[in-house]
Design a protein around this ligand. Structure first.
Ligand code: HEM
Length: 546
């Protein structure tokens, strides 16, 4: 009796397994057949594009960021500006876009929803109600609440606060220069950008540049463990079961910390001076726009959204800006003629004593608008090494047009990937795209190389359309201030060959010298660390200029 029951169970399981297998095979066949006729690298029935991708990736450093894979594949296989990468069944197949008009057709003329992989990933960190993943009317409501706080005018009013934090950074850099210390510039810039966000968004001093801070340390630990769970170069790490506990614990700590701050801001809002903090402006807008709301108690909806978005601002705001800052220093000191030009501009605007710049900016933030060449340098850094791209969800009834062949291409089931680095390194928009050249961004650019074809519309580090980056003005202002206060005070030397000495600093960066060590001849290639970061976090040393 027992024997016949267990054989019935085995039979039932076998039938279920067979049904799954048949379903998978049908899906597999349908998928591979569909993909084989669409633009992409060499395709095989068994492997899809996986073999071609591996071939392209063999030319990249092992730690290179994922976003470089389609760029290299495009060049290796001579692909057009729209192509599929059939990675089924391992990942949703990306539909890569390196044409600006095609990008706009899904981000600007219509704005397709974010891809579920982004939603899952960002919601883990931000929780519900965060601006990056919200859609429709909920997104509109919170974007309007936060927009005034990120407007150019408001950010200008915060310049003195940003200068104060940057001054702390400069003092620390002076100490490091005196000690000839080896450190990762990306980490130092991260602490700076987080402290700035604390001040401008919450009016709170995190002081993470000078010592530990619960929120910042939890955020950095969270990011490190998210990256470990993401580590395609080290599959064993994915199995580390500590990750999920650490992520939950750090998330709980961040929520508790922010919950107290939001409650305190609400409770004291009538008794303290009028604040410029973005959280307070958002609360004012929310109360004004939400008619009938009980203003004597902190609205739970507002509290949830405020906590979600504070985490997102801290994450999105530091992760990308710190990369831009580190790369700006790297390329300035790699190209002495560009460095000389930026230093001259700072002499012209602030006078010859670098120590005067901070006070001048506190008194007249609009001096930043005179930093034309500095702005061109930052724009070139973000063209050359954009840290992030948007990912959108393909739809059943949405087709995109291949700009070369006119073919209508289905998007259903794909992950639409307008690749910032692909558009920024596309020769049809940027002549000599692999050359670092700030002049491209100057209105006066008149050399044959850049006047005719540099297409400013194809500059999209902050994405485009309604879901563009809310923090772009803040990021540009922070970076300009940092350069104004540092490039005439310090000399910078990259130290990739010494990166291994920092292996135990807890940052999570992993040195890997087992493969090629440059991309397009550039040793500061982007590595995977959530968004794209400079290799090894840009190890470096500073010296003080006399
Ligand atoms: C150089 C620095 C920065 C770069 C390159 C950058 C890049 C981007 C990109 C590409 C997107 C689109 C993401 C997507 O579609 O999924 C985005 C969105 C966003 N960014 Fe930034 N960002 C930077 C700085 C900041 C800062 C300083 C903040 C805030 C403090 C910020 C907050 C956000 C938010 C909240 C969104 C979502 C906006 C929405 O969907 O309404 N970013 N950013």
């Amino acid at each position: 009796m027992i024997g016949s029951t267990s054989s019935q169970i085995v039979l039932a399981l076998a039938v279920v397994a067979l049904a799954y297998l048949v379903r998978f095979m049908v899906k597999f066949h349908f998928h591979r057949t569909r993909m084989s006729g669409l633009p992409g690298p060499p395709h095989s029935y068994l492997w899809g594009h996986i073999k071609s991708i591996r071939e392209a990736m063999a030319t990249l450093p092992l730690t290179a960021h994922r976003q470089l894979m389609p760029l290299i594949s495009k060049e290796k296989f001579g692909l057009g500006d729209v192509f599929y990468l059939d990675t089924f069944p391992f990942a949703p197949p990306p539909l890569v876009i390196t044409d600006i008009e095609v990008m706009k057709s899904i981000t600007t003329y219509t704005s397709l929803p974010k891809h579920h992989l982004v939603v899952e990933f960002v919601d883990w960190l931000g929780g519900p109600q965060n601006l990056v993943t919200l859609e429709g009317s909920a997104w509109k409501r919170w974007r309007s609440a936060f927009n005034p706080g990120f407007s150019a005018k408001h950010i200008m009013s915060l310049v003195p606060v940003i200068v104060d934090e940057t001054q702390v950074f400069c003092d620390l850099m002076t100490e490091k220069a005196k000690k000839q210390e080896l450190f990762r510039m990306e980490r130092a810039a991260t602490k700076l950008t987080v402290d700035i966000i604390g001040k401008v968004v919450l009016d709170v001093a995190f002081d993470s540049q000078r010592g530990p801070n619960t929120l910042v340390d939890s955020m950095l630990s969270f990011i490190k463990w998210m990256e470990i769970g993401n580590a395609w170069m080290n599959p064993i790490a994915i199995l580390d079961i500590r990750g999920s506990f650490v992520l939950r614990y750090q998330s709980w700590k961040m929520n508790r910390y922010l919950s107290r701050i939001v409650e305190d801001r609400f409770a004291t809002r009538h008794t303290r001076q009028k604040s410029k903090a973005i959280i307070d402006l958002a609360l004012d807008v929310y109360i004004k726009e939400t008619k009938g709301i009980d203003t004597t108690h902190l609205d739970p909806d507002f509290k949830t959204a405020a906590i979600s978005n504070m985490k997102i601002f801290i994450f999105a705001g530091h992760d990308t800006t710190s990369t831009g800052i580190a790369y700006a220093l790297y390329y300035l000191f790699k190209y002495p003629d560009i460095l000389a030009k930026i230093r001259k501009e700072h002499d012209d605007v602030f006078g010859s004593d670098p120590a005067d710049a901070a006070n001048q900016l506190r008194e007249d933030p609009y001096l930043l608008n005179k930093l034309i060449y500095t702005t061109a340098v930052i724009r070139e850094v973000l063209r050359y090494q954009p840290p992030a791209s948007t990912l959108r969800a393909g739809q059943k009834d949405v087709y995109i047009r291949d700009p070369k062949t006119g073919q209508a291409l289905p998007t259903e089931g794909t992950m639409l990937w307008p690749l910032d680095v692909g558009i920024h390194r596309n020769e049809k928009y940027w002549p000599n795209p692999h050359v670092f050249d700030p002049e491209r961004h100057l209105a006066s650019a008149s050399s044959e190389n850049n006047s005719t074809v540099n297409n400013k519309e194809a500059w999209i580090p902050f994405s485009n359309g309604p879901r563009n980056c809310i923090g772009q003005e803040l990021a540009m202002v922070e970076t300009k201030i940092l350069l104004a206060l540092t490039v005439r005070t310090f000399d910078f030397v990259a130290a990739f060959d010494e990166a291994y000495k920092l292996n135990d600093d807890g940052s999570g960066y992993k040195v890997d010298n087992s493969s090629v060590q440059s991309i397009y001849g550039d040793e500061a290639y982007q590595v995977a660390f959530m968004t794209a970061k400079p290799r090894d976090g840009l190890p470096c040393r500073l010296t003080l200029r006399v």
